[in-house]
Structure formats: structure tokens, C-alpha cells
Design a protein around this ligand. Structure first.
Ligand code: HMG
Length: 394
């Protein structure tokens, strides 16, 4: 049975900060952010967006009524959970008007959560070929003002519809994965921001890529020459390159040129959004598919997923007939281009505007946000969402 990615949806909030502006405010050479780290802008998240509203915004752009009735499982990958108990997937079932006859759960392991969800979704489709699974990757990456990780912040969601006979990419059965208990990046339940050992996290990312790439090559016999493109988890757009380049050195020039050119196409959107943790790998795939003129049916794409702490996985898939007709270039380019650029002062004010732990009702309906779904407020410690038209959902 052919199982894979049928549709991809993407959402990022309607505000952004230019990295050169941030660099000036932090007294840093702008080229460090734009070239050294490889980020042009970062997405800014208002109080009206959380992982649930962002996921709903990403999913509603791609789901038809037919898809909605076929979905019987929602797997929500995130490391920005809004509740220790209730899963974000359940809120989504209500917001999107999906059937109550769905299995809904949240999956966590740092940036790897959505890859785990995707692999579980494949197994579910294998047993239930007529059903579809909605896999979500939705996160807000915040390291704190003036922190080392500040230029790598971001926010956004990717929605992935997984099915048999997919319209975009068939996923190969072989995968290679690797888990090792390392403390490169973690966020204890009491902490607003992660603890991160930046240099060590880079080293672990590179080590995990080498490990799963080598395992996958041994398992499948596939080598760099067999791939049209490779997509990476991108905490910032230079990271994948640091892992890839040393291993590419032995390859002939044509293979190197091809994979490096596709790498750049697969980082265009990520450069404008920043790290969206679970969604970064899949945003890179969307960026590649929507910005490359060099891909054809049957081309194999490799994927490297990395979640600090740490879990890594390499897997691959092939583009299927007609994949170009199921992309949303215009919608995604508009989403990115129409964002409002904020000053550093406005960014810092938005950053500090957070949900309060209080018994009082909190009303966010006066905050500007043109997104379809938004967090409207909090009442009795319950999040209230609204869709355009202002209906409140409990
Ligand atoms: P830093 O100390 O601010 O920066 O940390 P740096 O001094 O290492 O410089 C960065 C690069 O800019 C260097 O290039 C410099 O040479 C260059 P490199 O040597 O790496 O190729 N540079 C310049 N280039 C041009 N012109 C200039 C200039 N100045 C310097 N004038 C770091 C950077 C990424 C470590 C920091 O931002 C950080 O801690 N970020 C957060 C952690 C992170 O993103 N780690 C990545 C791997 S872990 C991961 O991917 C998992 C994660 O997504 C979490 C999860 O799984 O949940 C993070």
C-alpha cells in the first residue's frame, strides 16, 4: 500500500521582526544574524495566537468536507503545550468541526514530536486504508529577550494530512532512528524558556545526523546520488548545512551542487519565520516544493528530524504524479508578505503581553489579529477561541 503526505497547510502569525533591526538593537553585526545564523526575519506571536489557534489556521486552509469526514485520528506534535492534562488535539477537533469519532492525542519530544506522529499515522493508515490522519506540528519558540537563542525564535504551525494514495509524497517504509539522553536543550515544567547549551546542541544535531544517515544508507543502500533533495529540521537556516556539508565532501560536484541548491530552496520560508520547533522540518518541505523549479515526479526527498534531548530520525519519500497541482504557493507567499513589520520596542511589548495566572476573566478581543482562528480570552481558566464571525468555542 502507498501511504504518505496528501496535503500540507501552513500558518504563521501576522507579525514579523526584521533581523537587521534586531541586530542593531542588540549591538550585533547584522551579518551575524542574516549570514552567520541565516535568518532574515522572525515571526512574532501576539497573545491572540497559541498552538491550538495556529494549528486550526494551518489546517483549515487545506481540509475539504470530504477530508474532514475521513479523518479519524488527530495527532498533535508540540513542545509548547497549553495544558498538562488535556491535549491540544481535542480543542482542534472542536474548532475544525471534525467528527467526534476520532482518536485525539498530543505527542511530545522537542522538535521531533511531529515526526513521531507522522510515523504513527502511517501505521494507522496501514490498518485502516480508507481513513485519513491529521498530523499537526505547532509551536512557539521563545528563548527570552537578549538571550543567545533570541535570533532563532519563531512561531507557526504545519498541518499534514496523511492518507493512502497521497497527492504529494509517498513515504518509504524504511526509517532509521537514534535516541540518546543528552542535555542540549530542555524546558522544565516550571520554566517559561528553555535551558540551552547552544554549541553543544549544534554538535549533537550533527552527531545525530551522521548516525541516522549512516544507518539509513546501510539499511537501504541509498546514497546522496539517489536524492533529488534533503530537508532538515531547521532551528535556523544554517544548521542543516553544518551537518550536511562535511558528509557531502566525498561526492562528485553535480551531486553536491544539486543538494546544496535544493537546500537553499528548502530554507526560503524558514529564513522568514524562524524556528517553529516541530514544524520546522515540514516547513522546509513546503518551502522546497513551492520554490523549486527542479523537482519532478518520482524524485526522492530525504528528511532529517531532530528533537533535542535527543531523538533523531532519517526517512524518505517520493514525489507522486500531479504533486505540483496540490501546492499553495500564492497563499503562503501572501501570508508571509502581508505580515506587519514591528519595531524592536513593539516586539518587546508583544513579547511581554502574556497570559496571566489569575481567576479573573481575560479578554483579548480588542487585540488586532486578522487570522481566521484566534484565542479570544480565558474564563474560569478555560481557553475561549473564536473564528471569523466571532463565534466563541468552549
Ligand atoms: P552564538 O554564540 O550567538 O553565535 O550562538 P556564534 O558566535 O556561534 O555565531 C553564529 C555564526 O555566525 C557562526 O558561524 C559565526 O562565525 C557567524 P559558524 O561558525 O557557526 O558557521 N558570525 C558571522 N557571520 C558573518 N558575519 C558576522 C558574523 N559574526 C558571527 N559579522 C546559536 C548561536 C545558534 C548557538 C544560538 O543562537 C543558540 O543557542 N540557539 C538556540 C539553540 C539552537 O538553535 N541549536 C541548534 C541545534 S539543537 C536543535 O536544532 C533543536 C531545537 O530546535 C530545539 C528542539 O529540538 O526542541 C533548538
Amino acid at each position: 500500500m502507498i501511504i504518505g503526505i496528501d496535503k500540507l497547510g501552513f500558518y504563521t502569525p501576522p507579525y514579523a521582526l526584521d533581523m537587521e533591526t534586531l541586530a542593531e538593537a542588540r549591538g550585533v553585526e547584522p551579518a551575524k544574524y542574516t549570514i552567520g545564523i541565516g535568518q532574515t526575519q522572525m515571526a512574532l506571536v501576539p497573545i491572540t495566537q497559541d498552538i491550538v489557534s495556529m494549528a486550526a489556521n494551518a489546517a483549515q486552509t487545506m481540509l475539504t468536507e470530504e477530508d474532514k469526514s475521513a479523518i479519524d485520528m488527530i495527532l498533535f506534535g508540540t513542545e509548547t503545550g497549553i495544558d498538562h492534562s488535556k491535549s491540544a488535539a481535542v480543542y482542534l477537533q472542536n474548532l475544525l468541526g471534525l467528527s467526534n469519532r476520532v482518536r485525539a492525542a498530543e505527542i511530545k519530544h522537542a522538535c521531533y514530536g511531529a515526526t513521531a506522529a507522522l510515523q504513527l499515522a502511517k501505521g494507522h493508515i496501514m490498518l485502516n486504508p480508507d481513513s485519513k490522519v491529521l498530523v499537526i506540528a505547532s509551536d512557539i519558540a521563545k528563548y527570552g529577550l537578549n538571550s543567545g537563542g533570541e535570533p532563532t525564535q519563531g512561531a507557526g504551525a504545519v498541518a499534514i494530512l496523511v492518507s493512502a494514495n497521497p497527492k504529494l509524497i509517498s513515504l518509504d517504509n524504511a526509517t532509521s532512528f537514534f535516541t540518546d539522553d543528552v542535555m542540549d536543550f530542555w524546558r522544565p515544567t516550571y520554566a517559561a524558556y528553555p535551558y540551552v547549551d547552544g554549541k553543544y546542541s549544534n554538535e549533537q544535531y550533527i552527531r545525530f545526523f551522521e548516525q541516522v544517515w549512516t544507518d539509513y544508507k546501510e539499511k537501504t543502500g541509498l546514497d546522496f546520488k539517489d536524492y533529488a533533495a534533503l530537508c532538515f529540521h531547521l532551528p535556523y537556516s544554517k544548521m542543516g548545512l553544518k551537518a550536511l556539508k562535511p558528509l557531502l565532501e566525498e561526492e562528485d560536484a553535480a551531486v553536491q551542487d544539486r543538494l546544496l541548491a535544493r537546500y537553499q530552496e528548502g530554507t526560503i520560508y524558514n529564513r522568514l519565520v524562524g524556528n517553529i520547533y516541530t514544524g520546522s522540518l515540514f516547513l522546509s518541505l513546503i518551502s522546497l516544493l513551492e520554490n523549486s523549479q527542479s523537482l519532478s515526479v518520482g524524485d526522492r526527498i530525504g528528511f532529517f528530524s531532530y528533537g533535542s534531548g535527543a531523538v533523531g530520525e532519517f526517512f524518505s519519500g517520493q514525489l507522486v504524479e500531479g504533486f505540483q497541482e496540490h501546492l499553495n504557493q500564492e497563499m503562503h507567499k501572501d501570508l508571509l508578505e502581508q505580515r506587519q513589520a514591528l519595531s524592536v520596542e513593539e516586539y518587546e511589548t508583544m513579547f511581554a503581553d502574556t497570559i496571566q495566572v489569575t481567576d479573573q476573566e481575560q479578554d483579548f478581543t480588542d487585540r488586532p489579529d486578522s487570522s481566521h482562528f484566534r484565542l479570544a480570552g480565558i474564563k474560569d481558566h478555560k481557553r475561549l477561541y473564536s473564528a471569523s464571525g466571532n463565534k466563541l468555542f468552549k
